[in-house]
Design a protein around this ligand. Structure first.
Ligand SMILES: *Cc1c(COP(=O)(O)O)cnc(C)c1O
Length: 359
């Protein structure tokens, strides 16, 4: 059975080398005589796994000493609540709503305080990312929240908002480790692992130390960053196997040359798709040019039946999961780090054939 090219938005493709390495260690990891799935999270072999995972991630992302890295559970969606519970000291936060997930984050935060929508692109079906200037944010807000890459709509921030002294919080679930980011520009970054880092079940939080320790008293212990930081993400049993795979993925990215090299590859892959989309008479890209995502490429034919036919034929040709999110329709090709150039080229060749037969 040959492997397919999987364009799923998440859970998504993992590097073949990582899967093969994990496969070779499935019954005996590092001469421990057991699988990582069977190990105590308090054991020496697992301490080494989580320690190396964090070290590699810190090197990759160039994370300063004054930031904690937490390996948590509950998906990015749990952070929609954890962020306001931990960071809303005075009860005010500003949200830029640039897609469905940032909308959900804002709604969740509104349960705990005044979560103001500073700007939204909802009226344009989230085809662009609003530009917000420093003086539009409240100076006394506890934080500003953005979703850096909008997975469902295929848009990405082409700038980092200047929030002055107000900490910037970013959901980077679908773009983390796809290119370098200046962590110091952010108070907190969070990401579900299943888009670009590993299997589902793991959520990574990077948080500046001075923001920890002010959780709302009603905060569930499991969502309190202070508790998790003090316990090395092991207040309870962490998602051990997902952490192990994420560690292998980080090493794989490092082996390719780190985030600069990864960004070059990702730029080239996205350009192959967008260049074709810009010249196609059948397919139209949906995101505004300046806000195009390198990770999630969304497009339509303008005819729903033809979109369906395209997705069906693509699947039959080993190009899986190019159907758009159920809320928007059309097509979406997610081309995260693990998608090789070959997969993108095969998709474009298939699209060209489909275009020839359908215009
Ligand atoms: C997938 C996704 C989420 C939701 O992630 P879960 O881990 O399923 O909760 C949130 N934000 C973004 C940007 C996503 O891509």
């Amino acid at each position: 059975m040959a492997r397919v090219f999987n364009f799923s938005a998440g859970p998504s493709s993992l590097p073949l080398e990582v899967l093969e390495k994990a496969g070779s260690e499935i019954t005996d990891c590092n001469s421990s005589g057991m699988s990582v799935m069977e190990m105590s999270h308090r054991s020496k072999p697992f301490e080494k796994i989580i320690g190396e995972c964090e070290e590699t991630f810190r090197r990759l992302m160039n994370i300063p000493e004054n930031y904690k890295v937490l390996f948590l559970q509950g998906g990015a969606s749990t952070q929609f609540a954890a962020v306001p519970l931990n960071l809303m000291r005075t009860g005010k936060a500003d949200y830029i709503v640039s897609g469905q997930f940032s909308g959900k984050a804002q709604k969740e935060a509104a349960k705990y305080g005044d979560a103001r929508i500073v700007a939204s692109s909802k009226e344009a079906n989230f085809t662009y990312v609003p530009r917000v200037e420093r003086d539009e944010f409240r100076k006394d807000a506890d934080y500003v929240h953005i979703c850096f890459n909008n997975t469902i709509y295929g848009t990405k921030f082409d700038y980092i908002p200047d929030t002055g002294d107000v900490p910037l919080v970013a959901d980077m679930s679908s773009c983390i480790i796809s290119e370098p980011v200046d962590v110091t520009k952010f108070g907190l970054i969070y990401a579900g692992a299943q888009k670009n880092m590993g299997p589902s079940g793991l959520t990574v939080v990077i948080v500046r130390e001075d923001l920890i320790g002010y959780a709302n008293p009603i905060t569930p212990t499991m969502l309190d960053y202070k508790v998790m930081a003090e316990n090395g993400s092991m207040y309870n049993t962490p998602p051990c196997y997902s952490i192990y795979i994420a560690g292998l993925v980080y090493k794989w990215v490092e082996g390719l040359g780190g985030l600069e090299a990864m960004a070059e590859l990702n730029k080239k892959k996205a350009a192959v798709l967008y260049d074709y989309l810009d010249s196609s008479k059948l397919f139209k890209p949906t995101a505004k040019k300046e806000n195009r995502s390198m990770m999630n490429v969304c497009f339509v034919t303008g005819n729903e039946d033809l979109d369906k036919e395209f997705c069906a034929q693509a699947s039959a040709n080993g190009l899986m999961n190019v159907k758009g999110h159920r809320s928007v329709g059309g097509m979406r090709a997610s081309i995260y780090n693990a998608m090789p150039m070959e997969g993108v080229e095969k998709l474009v060749a298939f699209m060209k054939d489909f275009e020839k037969n359908n215009v």
